[in-house]
Write a protein that binds this ligand. Structure first.
Ligand code: SAM
Length: 352
């Protein structure tokens, strides 16, 4: 299976969100997902950071041996911390229009399977059913049950659309015009959001965005989600976004702030292959082919050079688990897909 899951990390915590909304009928169908093309199985990862070959990002990449004070990485370059956000913004401004095509080209379509599996793992389909059933049964005086999902770094909407489809929000909006379920896409980049909104209207028409408001797009920074209240979401997702954030630990703490107690954090991100030989083969592919494909398809080598460098600079599986725990998440664990090329990390906001 190309997306064969392999779980590691701590034992799963009681899945509080699911239980809270009548879990008896819910079961993890994600575990039964049938994907073909198994490439690799995985073994336990280590805290060791791989040592990639240094490659310049652009002809103007820094050559200084000592990084500046308060610096961070942008791909393999050391940059001032305050510069990174704009550099990342520049990358996604540049790739927004070609982003979806390039994802298919670079991964031979496999990113779709990763995203499908990720969304199945959230179990939103069952959560939505339970919430709608409870909200239909609730009397006018009861507090209406809601399922609120925040997809941070949601870009052009790939994760949100899968959730909307899994939860049948379009059908719901046509039949009742009202839905206790909502997905909010939040992204720092207006261009990515613009492409996402256009795709949403092409795909669903206007009802989801304008009538039921089951789907919305909001500009915001994962590090400081100022537009969202404390304790306001049941599920926080972030797919291929966390490694682009300047201060990852701040983003993890902010995820916890906006999650309701018992709410779930889920992250899909490129990660590290546990076997050095496989990592070398993967490096050969990614450092040589991906920037070249970026040049050919999108006329943009530099952005795709950043992409592969940012993957290599990002935390490995165990390190991210530790950072999640440090931020205060419970039950932090991960599941490798495709042998660790990507991993799903998840954790819970503790019940108060
Ligand atoms: N989640 C989408 C997907 O899986 O197709 C998009 C992923 S794209 C590789 C990364 C996204 O992260 C971009 O849309 C970018 O604008 C966004 N991003 C980068 N830094 C961010 C930040 N600090 N806060 C919110 N979004 C950010």
């Amino acid at each position: 299976m190309l997306v064969a899951p392999c779980r590691h990390g701590t034992t799963a915590l009681t899945e509080a969100v699911i239980r809270k909304i009548n879990s008896t009928t819910l079961r993890n169908r994600a575990g039964n997902a049938t994907f073909t093309l198994r490439l690799l199985s995985t073994s336990a990862s280590t805290d060791q950071q791989p040592k990639p070959k240094q490659q310049p990002f652009t002809s103007s990449s820094t050559s200084s041996s000592s990084p500046p004070v308060a610096s961070t990485h942008f791909g393999f370059r050391n940059v001032k911390t305050e510069e990174k956000e704009n550099l990342v913004r520049g990358v996604f401004d540049s790739v927004a229009e070609s982003y979806d095509v390039m994802n298919d080209v670079m991964s031979a379509g496999v990113h779709r399977l990763w995203k499908d599996y990720f969304v199945q793992s959230t179990r939103v389909e069952f959560l939505a059913k339970a919430v709608r059933r409870n909200s239909t049964n609730a009397s006018d005086n009861d507090n209406e049950e809601e399922l609120r999902i925040l997809d941070v770094a949601g870009g052009t909407g790939d994760i949100a659309f899968r959730m909307i489809d899994a939860m049948q929000c379009e059908e719901r909006s046509k039949s009742s015009g009202k839905d206790p379920v909502s997905v909010t896409v939040c992204d720092i980049n207006t261009e990515m959001l613009r492409v996402g909104q256009r795709r949403a209207r092409e795909r669903y028409g206007s009802s989801l965005l304008d009538d039921t408001k089951a789907l919305s797009f909001i500009e915001g920074n994962a590090q400081s989600l100022v537009k969202f209240d404390d304790n306001s979401f049941d599920l926080y997702t972030i797919a291929f976004g966390l490694r682009n954030v300047t201060d990852v630990d701040m983003a993890l703490r902010e995820a916890l702030r906006v999650l309701k107690p018992g709410g779930r954090f889920m992250c899909l991100e490129f990660s590290h292959l546990p076997h050095p030989a496989l990592q070398s083969m993967y490096d050969l592919y990614s450092f040589n082919l991906i920037p070249a494909m970026g040049q050919m398809v999108a006329n943009d080598r530099d952005s795709y050079q950043y992409l592969v460098e940012s993957i290599r600079k990002f935390s490995d599986q165990e390190t991210l688990v530790r950072r999640m725990k440090d931020a205060g998440m419970q039950g932090a664990k991960y599941t490798n897909l495709t042998g660790g090329i990507v991993a799903i990390h998840e954790g819970w906001k503790p019940l108060e």
